[in-house]
Design a protein around this ligand. Structure first.
Ligand code: ACO
Length: 396
């Protein structure tokens, strides 16, 4: 069997040290989003998140992220109208989704549906600004429709068509629940989308940029990012947070749960972040959204459990810089909005497509294909032997 070599963790030619997970390694230059992880500050194109969450809308924020400036009244009206005009998906996409297993995860359904758009819109003209605009509009418009369609299809129902009189977020909640949402619920949902729209070079955005750097089609870029977002260490954590809150059950059990999990070296879902060493500013805003929701639509006792976990974690995880991240409170908002748990991550994708597209556009503007190196840790050179001369070796 090949012996694992005692390898030097520096690259032989460049002398650059291996940093697992690329921790702290700049992999691109970007003007889209900035994070100050020590002070808990997040800006999109220079605008503080708090300012945008209070005053902007998801579509306006998406425009800002992708084109770099807040739109004028005319630009915003044109963008909103274009998105409204492209919300419908082809009956072929709907029929394809009807063939997906109802038991499949909605993120897998979304990844497949997003990738399938490349079959329907095969023109590729990445040097043409109108093409870029059309792609942006199409993806931002159609992803919510596809998420809502799969939800109804898996229940054995026909998807319902978007309603032109409803704004972006209200329309999504309508397509999902078949009821026109309360304006406050739609407003809070829209704010959640803004909070999730972009977050610099996180795993799914990196995935999008790597895929974009090959100059493949934008639907493949978004599909690869959706697949990356699905993992439980990334966007998928919001589902696990709710499962954890239910498992803990009551605020009194929070401290004991944490002690047991920490002793067993289990991660607390919705806590920790590579960039933030303080509480994620998005979690702060989301927490206030939860409170606003409950004041209007009734309390959820899982919120008390969440608060108790956060309080108990302060002394146990705080000294290591581990605090609630964006996923900790988002699930409580979505649960109150009647969104099923396994749609939490697809909802995250509805928002994050804005960031992915901003990075796609930026990557195309100064492209160089991503091709990092590796430190080889396998066998030294050896000679092939016929099967009868081999002895079986334990799998590496
Ligand atoms: N609970 C308990 N301990 C934690 C947690 C946590 N949630 N997160 C990190 N730690 C500890 C680790 O055990 C490790 O401790 P050690 O040094 O004693 O071994 C140390 O903090 C560093 O942890 P890493 O996993 O190396 O940190 P990394 O920066 O690689 O990971 C991540 C960041 C993936 C977010 C991690 O904190 C985690 O797994 N959190 C839980 C999952 C989660 O909430 N993900 C959503 C992140 S936000 C987003 O993607 C939208």
């Amino acid at each position: 069997m090949a012996q694992q070599q005692n390898v030097d963790l520096r690259h032989a030619r460049t002398g650059i040290e291996l940093r697992p997970g690329l921790d702290g390694v700049p992999a691109t230059q970007s003007a889209i989003c900035d994070i100050d992880g020590e002070r808990g500050l997040l800006t999109y194109r220079g605008y503080p998140m708090e300012d945008l969450a209070a005053n902007s809308s998801f579509l306006e924020t998406a425009y800002l992220l992708i084109w770099g400036e807040l739109p004028t009244c005319d630009e915003l009206a044109r963008f909103e109208h274009a998105v409204q005009m492209h919300r419908r998906v082809s009956f072929r996409v709907r029929d394809m989704m009807k063939c997906f297993p109802a038991s499949g995860h909605p993120m897998d359904a979304l990844q497949s549906s997003a990738a399938s758009l490349g079959l329907f819109y095969s023109r590729r003209a990445i040097d043409d600004p109108q093409y870029i605009y059309d792609v942006v509009v199409r993806l931002i418009a159609k992803i919510p429709t596809m998420v809502a369609a799969f939800q109804l299809i898996r229940k054995g129902q026909d998807p319902i068509q978007p309603r032109d009189d409803l704004a972006y977020s209200a329309n999504f909640l309508y397509m999902l629940t078949e009821r026109e949402p309360d304006p406050l619920a739609a407003r809070i949902f829209d704010r959640c989308l803004m909070l999730h729209a972009e977050h610099s070079l996180n795993a799914s955005t990196f995935s999008a940029r790597v895929t974009a750097s090959t100059l493949t089609d934008p639907y493949a870029v978004v599909a690869s990012a959706v697949g990356t977002l699905a993992g439980p260490l990334h966007g998928g954590a919001n589902e696990d947070v709710l499962a954890m809150l239910e498992e803990v059950g009551t605020p009194e059990k929070a401290a004991g749960y944490l002690d047991e999990a920490i002793a067993a070296k289990r991660k607390i879902m919705g806590f920790g972040h590579r960039e933030y060493k303080v509480k994620d500013p998005r979690a702060v805003i989301l927490q206030s959204q939860v409170e606003e929701m409950f004041a209007r639509f009734g309390h959820d006792q899982l919120f008390d459990v969440a608060r108790a976990i956060e309080a108990a974690a302060e002394s146990r995880l705080g000294p290591k810089g581990i605090y609630p991240n964006v996923d900790f409170y988002s699930g409580l908002v979505y649960r109150k909005l009647g969104i099923p748990r396994d749609l939490f991550t697809p909802v995250f994708a509805i928002a994050r497509v804005a960031g992915w597209l901003a990075h796609w556009r930026e990557q195309l503007g100064a492209n160089r294909i991503f091709r990092p190196s590796q430190i080889y840790s396998g066998s030294p050179p050896r000679t092939w032997m016929p099967p009868e001369e081999r002895v079986s070796a334990p799998a590496a």
